[in-house]
Each structure stands twice: as structure tokens, then as C-alpha cells.
Design a protein around this ligand. Structure first.
Ligand code: C5P
Length: 228
């Protein structure tokens, strides 16, 4: 299995596969992987993900599965035929769910989503969680480790502390990346690519900073250069 280090994955959040292919074609020489999220998957289905394999880049299937153990177990089994390198589930689905899927044979690397980068401490409070983001993410990391997951998805702001808790090969994937003065849009806990890698991220996920850029190719090239 590839050892991901200083890697840039581009989030191809498009509904139309033509747009996704057009974009990937432009940036494929500067990225280390493709992140496929719900927008693309729900609109186009599993075969459209398999088609992305033609670029010979690792696929991170970011489905963020979150359900009862049996349902997630069966869904992960259905994902096996797509053969993504990485698949995401929500850690808050609980240890029983996580353990059931981490025991599946010939599975992709499974990473646990901790706290979404679109949330902040006030959002946690609103859903009844009294921990601050740092302690909440630490707690979820402990659960991910105890459940034998392969990595975690978190904000770069917490990557440093997580790095200290985890074995070297544990993946730390950080979305919520903004390169310059682009719009924050729905993201709240953001970081620059350089800072994310410095803090210990193995993979940074960048979507709109590349996909909405006037020159996606150059943007991907620039981001890759800053993290190398
Ligand atoms: O466009 P932007 O760079 O903000 O996109 C970030 C991508 O990472 C989106 O596809 C989003 O679904 C995903 N993501 C995230 N926060 C997480 C996990 C995944 O933004 N905690």
C-alpha cells in the first residue's frame, strides 16, 4: 500500500462527470489522489468512480458512512468492488460499528471523520457536546485507534496534537484548506497547505481552491510545490 506523505488530493465535488474529468485532466500531473465525495457519488454511482481509475491515481471515497453497525458493514462490503484506496466513515458511529468494518478482509484503508471542518465550538455546544474542538477530536482519535482504523480526517488545527497520539503510519487527512484569500464558504476551521503539512497532515484535501480557480492547473501546481 502506498505510503502517503505530503500528498495533495483534489476533491472533485461536481455533479456532472464531464466536469470532473475535465478538471482531473488539467491537474492530474500535480495531485497525488482524487477525493470523491457524496455529490459526485450520489449523482453518478459506483461505476463512475471506477471510471476515474483511468488516471492511475489513488481514490479516496469520502462517503462518510454513519449508521448502525450492520448497515455500515454491508455498505463497506458493497464498496469493495470499487476498490478505492481509502474510504471514510464517521467515528461517532461508535466502536462497535468501527470494529465490525475494520475486521473486513481485503478492505480499503478506512479513515474516521472526527469533527467536520465546517463546525466550530458553538456548533458543538448546540448539539450538546461540552468539549472544546481539540478535546473532542482527541477523544474521537482515541476511539479510531482502539477500533483499528487506518487514519483520521480532521482540521489541520488539530493535526499536531493527533500526530502525537498516533503511530507513524496512521493517516492524518486534513480538508478545510485555503491557500490565499479565497472565500471560506461553509468552512470554519481552516489552514494553509503549508501549515497543515507542518502540523503533521499526511494528505491535504483541496476542493474549491483548485476547482473554482480561474487556472486550476496552475493552482494545483502551486499548492503541490508549497507542500513538497
Ligand atoms: O472545497 P473545499 O476545499 O472546502 O472542500 C473540502 C472537501 O473536503 C469537501 O469535499 C468536503 O466534503 C470534504 N470534507 C470536509 N471536512 C471534513 C471532511 C471532509 O470539508 N471534515
Amino acid at each position: 500500500m502506498k505510503n502517503f506523505k505530503n500528498s495533495l488530493f483534489c476533491a472533485i465535488d461536481f455533479r456532472n462527470p464531464k466536469d470532473a474529468h475535465k478538471l482531473i485532466y488539467k491537474v492530474k500531473n500535480y495531485i497525488d489522489g482524487i477525493k470523491v465525495g457524496l455529490e459526485f457519488f450520489v449523482a453518478n454511482g459506483p461505476d463512475s468512480v471506477t471510471e476515474l481509475k483511468r488516471y492511475n491515481l489513488p481514490i479516496f471515497l469520502d462517503l462518510k458512512l454513519h449508521d448502525i453497525p450492520n448497515t455500515v458493514y454491508k455498505s463497506v462490503n458493497s464498496v469493495l468492488k470499487i476498490k478505492p484506496e481509502i474510504l471514510s466513515v464517521h467515528i461517532s458511529g461508535g466502536k462497535r460499528m468501527l470494529r465490525k468494518i475494520s475486521n473486513i478482509k481485503h478492505r480499503p484503508k478506512i479513515v474516521g471523520v472526527s469533527m467536520l471542518t465546517s463546525l466550530d465550538k458553538d456548533d458543538l455546544k448546540e448539539i450538546g457536546i461540552r468539549l472544546n474542538p481539540r478535546n473532542f477530536v482527541k477523544r474521537l482519535t482515541k476511539i479510531a485507534l482502539e477500533s483499528k482504523l487506518d487514519g483520521i480526517v480532521c482540521s489541520a488545527l488539530e493535526a499536531k496534537i493527533i500526530k502525537l497520539m498516533c503511530p507513524r503510519n496512521f493517516l492524518i487527512i486534513t480538508p478545510g484548506i485555503r491557500f490565499g484569500n479565497e472565500e471560506m464558504a461553509d468552512q470554519k476551521r481552516v489552514s494553509t497547505p503549508k501549515q497543515a503539512i507542518k502540523n503533521g497532515a499526511s494528505i491535504i484535501v483541496v476542493g474549491r481552491s483548485i476547482t473554482s480557480s480561474k487556472d486550476p492547473e496552475n493552482m494545483a501546481k502551486l499548492i503541490k510545490k508549497t507542500i513538497e
